[in-house]
Design a protein around this ligand. Structure first.
Ligand SMILES: [Zn+2]
Length: 558
């Protein structure tokens, strides 16, 4: 060892003995697993320094760096140094101070104190793009993160993201439960036992998806837990994060299927037996087994109950962006029904059959689709056709058979029922050549067609829980409070798309937080949510969880 290094070692040894003195003179504890039970640090005698000197170029120079490792006999139950993949976790370092732990209880916190607890926006952004290294999709721009996602559920990339989730949340002191659908529940203990208040969303994406749909919600939940640890916040009830399996339904074709099984909306066997799209033979069960995420806990709200569910999500629509809104406090999800409509007429020659003698299924279908749009506009609803097939498919034959999909959506169940009833009546009339909404006013009346309706999906409107919506709104108002026009920055909204929160809301208080995404685009590699909006959403999520925890305690006390 060179002389510079020797001097340095002396200094370090001195420092270390001072450290051990401080250590033994104070009673130091670290929170471990349960925040209200503590594990004592190993005594100083079981720790010995290990110096690794780095060579220097000159005898006169001190070494540029050294490593100080703590080694213990027997192995301490605590991981004194944070694992590599985890960011610096401040409570570990509190063990070197001489003041006892002060835990901040949500029940003692004021609204101002809730607002003062800030998430680490840079850490959130960094973590999010770290896990997006697994399952990268199409590049669309020059920036490092201008790359879409193709992380289909239960793929190898999904397993890597899941492994990161488990490792990270465990290192934060969470207990991790995996259920039979591979849903992962990471739980940070509270003062009392009870069903945890969760932030949940999904790590899986569409085949040509982006980096924010679902992924942001999971990361914001983890960031909330990290912030609670950083600020030594003690919640009344456990809190946690959920990564729901196969929200997208892109590989195994039922959306939100695993939160659905948890909520009792689908039998487990139906979910297990789903076969992957694209000609493969894998089932949802075989893939869960293959990647090792078929957990021992039953996927059920009865066996594995949760206390409340908050979900941060990109809006996936343009409303916030167009109106200058920053946060959507989501009140519910609109009702929708999917139908297959079959129009039957008669094939005939296009050159020899005059209009009066035609049963033109395609012409009729065109009128029906246009009418669904007009009627839905009238009732402030939506109507869309995404699939259309016709037979025989020849230029000089009038088609006698057309089948198309009809997706209708309204905020309220009653409005949806009104729209459906009106369309059923009008479709019949239009197909028979009767004048309806101007569609048969012009042209030549033909022989008419028949119309059949088949219901494929019925999803009633979802109403989220007032307590949860109020917590989101209060948290958002706190964050944006000092900005002008805050009334437009925080908006109450209805979600146009389904989310895992639809199923959790059937069983427990739930609500969602929306943040704007560029041009309202999602399910597209170019999907983008700015660092500011990601951070805003996570901040509101944290505030909502803390507020809800306080509210739970107040309700029990009342
Ligand atoms: Zn999503």
């Amino acid at each position: 060892m060179k002389s510079g290094s020797q001097v340095y070692c002396l200094l370090v040894n001195h420092l270390f003995s001072m450290l051990c003195d401080t250590w033994s003179s104070t009673s130091q504890y670290l929170p471990h697993r349960r925040l209200n039970s503590y594990t004592r640090l190993p005594s100083p005698s079981t720790i010995s320094p290990l110096l690794i000197p780095f060579p220097t170029d000159s005898d006169n120079m001190l070494p540029p760096a050294f490593l100080l490792l703590c080694r213990s006999r027997p192995k301490p139950t605590l991981n004194l140094l944070p694992p590599k993949s985890v960011h610096v976790y401040k409570p570990y370092f509190r063990s070197f101070s001489t003041t006892p732990f002060r835990l901040l209880k949500t029940t003692d916190m004021t609204d101002n104190q809730f607002a003062a607890v800030k998430i680490d926006r840079e850490r959130l952004w960094r973590d999010l793009h770290t896990t997006c290294e697994w399952g990268k999709g199409e590049r669309w721009g020059p920036e490092e993160t201008d790359v879409g996602m193709a992380r289909l559920t239960l793929s190898d990339a999904d397993k890597q993201a899941r492994d990161w989730f488990v490792e990270t949340t465990k290192s934060l002191g969470c207990e991790v439960t995996i259920d039979a659908m591979g849903n992962i529940f990471a739980i940070r203990p509270g003062k009392k036992n009870g069903p945890p208040t969760f932030a949940g969303s999904h790590f899986d994406t569409q085949p040509t998806g982006g980096r924010y749909d679902g992924i942001l919600g999971v990361h914001a939940g983890i960031e909330a837990l990290k912030t609670m640890n950083d600020n030594k916040i003690e919640t009344e009830y456990p809190t946690g994060v959920i990564n729901w399996t196969n929200e997208e339904g892109a590989r195994f074709p039922i959306s939100m299927v695993s939160s659905g099984v948890w909520a009792g909306a689908f039998p487990l066997e139906q979910a297990y037996n789903l076969v992957e799209l694209g000609g493969g033979k894998a089932t949802q069960k075989s893939e869960l087994e293959r990647i090792g995420y078929i957990g021992p806990t039953e996927a059920s709200y009865k066996v594995n109950p949760i206390g409340a569910h908050f979900e941060l999500h990109i809006e996936q629509g343009p409303i916030l962006e167009n109106s200058g809104g920053k946060i959507g406090a989501v009140e519910g999800v609109q009702a929708y029904k999917w139908f297959t409509i079959t129009v039957k007429g008669r094939d005939c020659h296009t050159g020899t059959t005059d209009f009066k003698n035609r049963s033109d299924a395609m012409l009729t279908a065109a009128k029906l689709i246009l009418h669904s749009h007009n009627k839905a506009s009238e009732l402030d609803c939506l109507a869309s056709t995404g699939i259309l097939n016709l037979k025989p498919g020849s230029t000089n034959t009038v088609p006698g058979f057309v089948q198309f999909s009809l997706d209708i959506r309204c905020k309220e169940d009653a409005t949806l029922a009104r729209l459906e009833k009106a369309l059923k009546k009008d479709f019949f009339k239009i197909a028979n050549g009767e004048e309806t909404g101007g569609l048969n006013a012009l042209g030549t009346k033909g022989r008419g067609c028949t119309v059949q309706w088949h219901l494929d999906t019925d999803s009633p409107a979802t109403k989220f829980h007032d307590d949860c919506i109020n917590c989101v709104e209060a948290s958002a108002a706190d964050m944006l409070g000092d900005e002008p026009n805050s009334g437009t920055l925080v908006q109450r909204m209805t979600s146009g798309a389904g989310h895992d929160s639809v199923y959790t809301s059937r069983r427990v208080p739930t609500s969602m937080i929306f943040v704007p995404c560029r041009d309202g685009v999602s399910h597209n590699p170019e999907e983008y949510c700015s660092p500011e909006d990601c951070g805003n959403g996570a901040q509101v999520l944290l505030g909502a969880i803390l507020r809800y925890d306080r509210l739970r305690a107040e309700k029990v006390a009342a």
